[in-house]
Ligand binder design. Structure first.
Ligand SMILES: Cc1ncc(COP(=O)(O)O)c(C=O)c1O
Length: 409
């Protein structure tokens, strides 16, 4: 029996303002093509194509087999909070207590919870474009106002102090820094962070720096992730960090993220989380504990990083062989962000990045994500979280496809 609709239930203005995830839209179309029997090469993935390190699954299986699965404490299992506090204290050169660390249902949830408990209507959050798709939407949901500041390929996709200065003001609550970045892979250096901090201190001393460090363990070519606590040693009172195991240990589906913030903020996020999701799933927390504690997991994570380094090199070489494309070699993550504007001349060919991504998917069965999704039209994000063979075949299809298109002058 179909449901009788008596009156329409309206979606509220907050929800109506939220854009659907463009990355999920590509994945869904690629899935439809696959279901129709087509061999789609997926360069759109936002997650490692590796399984989690074996001790993670072993720990979860042992727990599920021998213990009842009850609610976890809202802020996380005490032993996991302690392990995270210890690892991050050492990494950042700053002592964090259990009360300053909590476990959330993914780093996405850490960020959403933080925005929810700290933003007042009209508070501005500076988001550097190209940006991870969720930042502006999360900020809006929490009643804040995203303020987009463009980084350019000429500066290695790192925002400059000048560009940042122009956007800072009395309403700035956060400056979000995602290093290495999704979608560009850009990694900030110590001097970059210090220069950005100088302008924040001068123009918006009330603002906090929010570091999304989710990709910090996936770095290449001699680049080392820089801790904002270390870079701003002695001046880092207004730094908050989000971290997790999703990317570093290929545990996206486990949904575990970490928030490191002053204790009253952690307490507030816990209160909200206690009314919305409760603690993150207990087996997932046990898996995360194994990921951070068992040395075999660090080895597996390092092997994955080595594979990504190889695929990054393979991708950069393949892209360099295609005329008219511009790329900044990414310092980290598993994406290359490609300037494709030379091929967006319209007429017979695609007029914008969305049309080009659609054309590549429908005609050559290669799934990429248009830059428009990240606030940077004219680009494509290519994820190399896929096999070497798929990358070789996919880049050859892209090269072949682009050769068919007219180019700009
Ligand atoms: C920059 C960035 N931050 C946070 C996240 C969310 O991570 P999690 O899967 O732990 O929620 C992602 C996932 O794509 C990301 O790219």
């Amino acid at each position: 029996m179909t449901r009788r609709v008596i009156s329409e239930l309206p979606v509220n203005a907050r929800a109506a303002a939220i854009r659907p995830s463009a990355t999920l839209a590509v994945a869904s179309r690629a899935g439809d093509l696959r279901a129709a029997g087509k061999e789609v090469l997926d360069f759109s993935a936002g997650e490692p194509d590796f399984p989690p390190p074996p001790p993670v699954g072993e720990a979860v299986a042992a727990m599920v087999a021998t213990r009842p699965i009850h609610y976890a404490p809202v802020a996380g299992l005490p032993e996991l909070r302690d392990v995270v506090a210890a690892e991050l204290s050492e990494y950042h050169g700053q002592r964090f207590t259990r009360a300053e660390v909590m476990v959330n249902c993914g780093a996405k949830h850490s960020l959403a919870g933080l925005f929810l408990v700290t933003l007042e209507p009209g508070d501005e959050v500076i988001v550097v474009s190209p940006y991870w798709v969720s930042y502006p939407e999360m900020v809006k949901l929490a009643g804040g106002a995203p303020r987009i500041v463009a980084a350019t390929i000429d500066n290695g996709w790192r925002v400059t102090p000048e560009a940042l200065a122009a956007a800072l003001g009395p309403r700035t609550r956060y400056v979000v820094l995602n290093s290495p970045s999704n979608p560009t892979g850009a990694g900030y250096r110590e001097a970059d962070l210090q220069a950005l901090f100088e302008v924040i201190e001068a123009r918006a001393p009330q603002a906090w720096i929010l570091c999304d460090d989710i990709y910090r363990k996936l770095v290449y070519d001699g680049y080392e992730h820089v801790s904002a606590f270390r870079a701003l040693a002695g001046r880092s009172e207004q730094v908050i960090v989000v971290d997790g195991v999703s990317k570093s240990h290929a545990m996206t589906g486990y949904r575990i993220g970490f928030l490191v913030a002053p204790a009253p903020i952690i307490a507030a996020v816990s209160r909200v989380q206690g009314q919305m999701t409760s603690g993150a799933a207990t087996p997932s927390q046990v898996g995360a504990l194994a990921a951070l504690r068992d040395p075999r997991c660090a080895e597996a994570a390092a092997a994955m990083q080595t594979a990504f380094a190889r695929r990054r090199a393979l991708s950069l070489a393949a892209l360099a062989a295609i005329p008219g494309l511009r790329v900044h070699p990414p310092e980290g993550a598993f994406y290359v962000f490609v300037d494709v504007r030379d091929y967006l001349v319209g007429g017979e060919g695609p007029a914008d990045d969305v049309a080009l991504a659609t054309w590549l998917l429908e005609r050559k069965l290669v799934a990429t994500v248009p830059g428009t999704a990240f606030g940077a039209p004219g680009h494509l994000r290519i994820s190399y979280a896929t096999s070497d063979e798929a990358l070789r075949e996919g880049f050859s299809r892209i090269a072949e496809a682009l050769a068919e298109l007219p180019r700009g002058a």
